[in-house]
Design a protein around this ligand. Structure first.
Ligand code: ATP
Ligand code: MG
Length: 508
């Protein structure tokens, strides 16, 4: 079968750095083709080239056997290629309808556009008010709007860059169902991910990039997760494990009857919780069950409507960045691009927030600060460890490492992290997990709120589950298993499950 897309010998350099090294990549008609690789492997870059956003220095691209010259996304869409980015590129201040019509759809008339969209939303339901402002919508809906927009423009190849990173378990299921419908209708989907389990579930073929080189392409049915993991990192990967015993001490973070009211169900309902020094408390839960509120009140971003949050026996008020460091609270925010970093500033500037950064004595020394930041970046494995690079140029995993370098160098007594490894590759995940375990062994109190059940199970000394704003637990890790946590996440109690005669086995 001839390829629908054929990329040959693609080379892309950014200054002295080569992000793409003579990459060959092809996509067959009617397949889901997964593109795997560690952070910074060059996945987004390769797809940006296919979408005309970035121009290759060398190499050719054919679509349907015809060589194309893609000077911009308009050329790519014309050739039949659409892309939905890692971070949706919608215009926040415009409505859903306005975003859909931006750039033109159908024959350009209002009625033509509406009927084009209606035809697509039959297959790809878009349960959203067309008049709603995009900035008010959750990420999952923004993503759907982008997908519908691509389909409405008649693309045949749809590139989805880490689409599942912003989705709940249910939403991932929906998306995968719809991806299958698309390929059955003759579309091809390129699916970028770090998750081997997702790749195994949805993809027909898989290609692996490593450090800008194409390692190979396999039929998913003929390979194994272990082989793919090895192809990605070039060595055997072992997950981080809790080896040392937990020596939990005094409580550092304490929530009593903590209630946060929110209309969308993402609040908290009378939560009691203690996090002690020397332990990791993991909070599992499907997104939207109170995680945001819990993060806000424990990271010093908001105060509860009722009840208290105490850090080291003092009530935790909303604190500014520098103050947060003073009270020894480390914060790994949920959204590293908006809350964690200033993307158009350099790495050393991003490292600078807080009094602990050595500003060079009484007189601020830029040179010393840059030197110090460079050392920190190296220690935390940031690539490139260049303090003068702009934060926005780093891959997602490397951005996260910069935040860790900044938050942890000041030796916090308590760290509150939200989805700390979301979007990170296996190696980076393992490094970060190792860091959490190290913090715990040093006596830091760690609260980790994560929608990644594997992560919660692997790291936590005690495990709590948020459902609809209520917290179950935390239970000691050896007294609750993965299946029970899964049931609690779905809103079932252990008691109910017992009464049902274990009828829900295999839920996860
Ligand atoms: N505009 C740019 N200027 C300089 N370097 C860049 C630019 N865009 C990407 N890079 C570098 O190219 C490399 C590949 O980046 P890319 O975003 O393609 O990785 P990725 O595989 O998508 O990673 P992730 O999984 O973290 O999203 C990275 O080291 C990145 O820092
Ligand atoms: Mg990427």
């Amino acid at each position: 079968m001839s390829a629908l897309v054929q990329m040959r010998g693609i080379v892309k350099r950014f200054g002295d750095f080569t992000a793409s090294r003579e990459v060959d990549f092809d996509v067959a008609p009617g397949e889901v083709h997964a593109l795997l690789g560690e952070n910074g492997a060059g996945k987004t870059t390769l797809m940006n080239i296919l979408y005309g956003l970035v121009q290759a220095d060398e190499g050719t691209i054919e679509v349907d056997g015809r060589e194309v010259d893609l000077k911009g996304p308009a050329d790519a869409i014309e050739a039949g290629v659409g892309m939905v980015h890692q971070h949706p590129l919608l215009v926040d201040r415009l409505s859903v309808a306005e975003n859909l019509f931006l750039g033109g759809v159908g024959n350009g008339t209002a009625r033509g556009m509406q009927s084009a969209i209606a035809g697509i939303t039959e297959r790809f339901p878009l349960d959203v008010d067309p008049g709603a402002l995009v900035e008010d919508l959750p990420m999952s809906q923004r993503q759907r709007i982008e997908i519908v927009r691509c389909l409405a423009r008649g693309v045949r190849v749809l590139v989805l860059d880490e689409p599942t990173a912003v989705l709940t378990v249910d939403e991932v299921g929906d998306l995968f169902g719809e991806m299958r419908l698309l390929v059955e209708a003759g579309h091809s989907v390129i699916f970028i991910s770090h998750k081997l389990s997702e790749t195994a579930r949805i993809a027909d073929r898989v290609s692996v990039l490593r450090a800008g080189e194409m390692v190979g392409t396999w039929e998913v049915a003929k390979t194994t997760p272990a082989a793919l993991a090895e192809a990605m990192v070039g060595e055997k990967v072992v997950a981080a494990e809790r080896e040392s015993e937990c020596k939990a001490g005094a409580a550092r973070l304490k929530l009593s009857d903590c209630t946060v009211r929110r209309d969308d169900g993402d609040g908290l309902d009378s939560v009691d919780l203690e996090v002690r020094e020397g332990e990791i408390v993991g909070i599992a839960g499907v997104e939207g069950n109170g995680q945001r509120a819990l993060a806000a009140v424990t990271q010093g971003m908001a105060i509860p409507d009722r009840g208290t949050v105490k850090l080291d026996d003092r009530e935790l008020p909303p604190v500014r960045e520098w103050k947060r460091r003073k009270i020894k609270l480390g914060r790994i925010p949920e959204d590293r691009r908006h809350e964690g970093l200033t993307l158009d500033a350099t790495l050393w500037e991003n490292m600078l927030t807080g009094p602990q950064a050595p500003t060079g004595g009484p007189v601020f020394s830029r040179r010393r600060m840059v030197e110090w930041a460079g050392k920190q970046l190296e220690e935390f494995g940031v690539s490139p460890p260049d303090p003068l690079a702009l934060a926005g140029q780093l891959s997602g995993g490397n951005q996260q490492k910069v935040i860790f370098a900044r938050e942890l160098h000041s030796e916090p007594g308590t760290v509150v992290a939200v989805n700390p490894t979301r979007g990170l590759d296996l190696r980076a995940q393992r490094e970060i997990h190792q860091r959490f375990l190290g913090l715990r062994d040093q006596g830091v109190a760690v609260l980790m709120i994560s929608t990644d059940l594997d992560e919660v199970m692997a790291l936590s000394d005690r495990i709590g589950v948020l459902y609809s704003g209520r917290l179950d637990g935390p239970h000691p890790a050896d007294q609750i298993d993965r299946r029970e946590v899964g049931l609690l996440m779905a809103g079932l109690t252990r008691q109910q499950e017992f009464e049902n005669g274990n009828g829900t086995g295999g839920l996860l």
